[in-house]
Every structure is written in structure tokens, then in C-alpha cells.
Design a protein around this ligand. Sequence first.
Ligand code: PMP
Length: 362
Amino acid sequence: MKHSSTASNPSDIIRPEILALKAYHVPPATGMVKLDAMENPYALPQALQNEISSLAADAPINRYPDPNAADLKAALRETLAIPDQMEVMLGNGSDEIIQIVAMATARPGAVVMSVEPAFVMFRMIATFANMQYTGVPLTADFALDLDAMLEAIVHHQPAVIFLAYPNNPTGNLFDEHAILKIIEATPGIVVVDEAYHAFADASVMDRLADYPNLLLMRTLSKLGLAGLRLGLLIGRPAWLTEFEKLRLPYNVNVLTQHVTQTVLRHMDVLLDQASQIKTERARMLAQLGALGALEVFPSDANFILFRVDNATDIFGKLKQQGILIKNLDRTHALLDNCLRVTVGTPGENTQFVTVLKTLLSE
Ligand code: PMP
């Protein structure tokens, strides 16, 4: 048998835009004060943990999960007050939903649009799906540049616009009126990504009925279930029927389905934790604001963006002292010297602010 034509080199086979990508980097965090990934820092109460233990023990893990996760969906509908006329699709995290939306809309030449800076997976997944990506810069105070967005919509005719509300990594809510203008102006769909909804007093849930091209994405990750991986897409059945065709049949596993349903019965626990995080956010904003040697940006999320004189240096020194945050320096012109810290427990936050204060006065 002749092997001379056998492909041995990835660059002969793999798409050039994939060869050019860098994999999404998740830094090691064992033993660190982990304030880099917008996780809820609190554990569940012991009684609920015990309930989950016995659920896990009894879970039929020899069987495939319910492909429609019907019971879980019903619980989510009730807990999240999803309008009856809207359909729900579940993803293995909202990351997977972004991917499904991209795959479904990836006609030749189709464009994904978002803002810059935005959640990096919008751009990455557009590339995975062989789509074009356009990011319209926010203004210097991280607001939507509505004129620029409307112009870009006319120019690029995007199939999909992703808007995180509140935005990551900036932490702010966009003007709702501007979002609605964008929804009205675009020929495609708009996915409003409310990953940080629990920490903001705003949602487009009530607008779904008014805008046929609007879809709403949520996740339970920031609320305290990041490890379970569960995201939701909410919207009109006509859209969701198409997206469902691309969803892998068993994408939400048995443990996630069972455990989430149980935790949802104790939603007050998660909302209480979110409320503690909001209280801590206010304390951190005040403390960081009082430091003087940095610029701190307002936040409606469970993280805070701030700017120092020497971000990479400060990031490295925090890490040396066991505190992991996110360095955004040089990821975008608007994020020059910016760092992002997730709101942790009161103890973690105090530790972070204390060490940062020392580093800034060195
Ligand atoms: N959207 C935004 C805006 C995010 O910041 C994140 C997580 N960083 C996600 C979606 C993805 O969340 P998950 O896949 O955990 O649901």
C-alpha cells in the first residue's frame, strides 16, 4: 500500500483560520485566590449539598439523559419567568449556544457582529463556524456607539449580532434604547446575552414578544452552577426549531439535569448569594475608587474593570502573591492597562484590595 499521499501535516488539512487561532487560555489556579472567571465564590448550604449527594448517588448514569430535558425546562420556565409563548433551548453552557447559533447562520460570507471589547467567544466561535466577524468599538466610556453600529449594520448586513448585557469585560449595561434601535435596524437576529443578569436590574425578557428577531441567552454559570454547564436560549419557536436541529441530542448530562432541578427549588439561596456579591461589589468599588492610583469603571456584573499605570506588572505581582485576576492589557485599545477582578467572598476581596494597595504604593 502506498502512503506517499497520506496527510501528515496539520497545515495540509486544518483550515488556515483554525491554524491561526490560539486556544482559549484557562490559567492554572490550584491554591490561588481565584478571581479571574466570574464564578460565584460561595458553596451551597450543607443540607442542599446532602440532597445533591443522594441525587448523584441515585442518578441513572448508565442511561442517556432525557434528550429534551423536559422537567428541567419546566423548572427553568417557572423560576426564570419565561413567557409562555417563547421556546427554550438548553446548551452545555451558553458557549455551546453561541456555537449552535453560529453554525445555523453560517451561510457563505455571513457576518457575526458584536462590539469591541466583547466576550471573546463571539469572535472565536464565528471563526470556528467559518463566519466573518466584525466588532464595532464601544465609546471610551464603554457605551454602545449607536451611529457606528447602525452604519456597520448597513455595511455588513450581519446575520447575527451578539450583545452581552451587562457587557464582559467592561461590566456595564448598555442603553436599552440603543439596543432596541439596533434590533430594529438589523436584517438578522440579535442575541442579547444576559450572562450577568443576576447582578443587574435589567433584562430584555419582556421585549421578546415585541421583536421577532430578538433572542435572549442566559446561563446559570455566574449564579453559582458554573461546573454544571447549563445555558439557555429563549425566543420564538420559529427560530428555536431550527437551532434545535443542531443541538447534539444529549448535550445536557444526567447529573446537570437532576442537580439543577433541585437547586432551582432553592433559587432563593442563589439569589441571596448574588445579593451578597452585589453588596461586596459596592464595597470593592468604593475601596478601589478611594485608592486614587487607579481608574475604576462602574459595574452591573459580578466583576470590576479597572485601569492602573502598569497592568501587566501588577497582574504578575498579584499572581506571585496567590491572587489570580484577569489581565486585559493589550487585548484591545480601549483596555490599555486594564485588569478585571471577579467579586469574591468578603475575605478574598479584602485580601485583593489590601495587596493591590500595597503594590500600587511601591
Ligand atoms: N457570555 C458572556 C458574556 C460571558 O462572559 C460568558 C462566560 N465568561 C459566557 C457567555 C459563557 O458562559 P457559560 O458558557 O459558562 O454559560
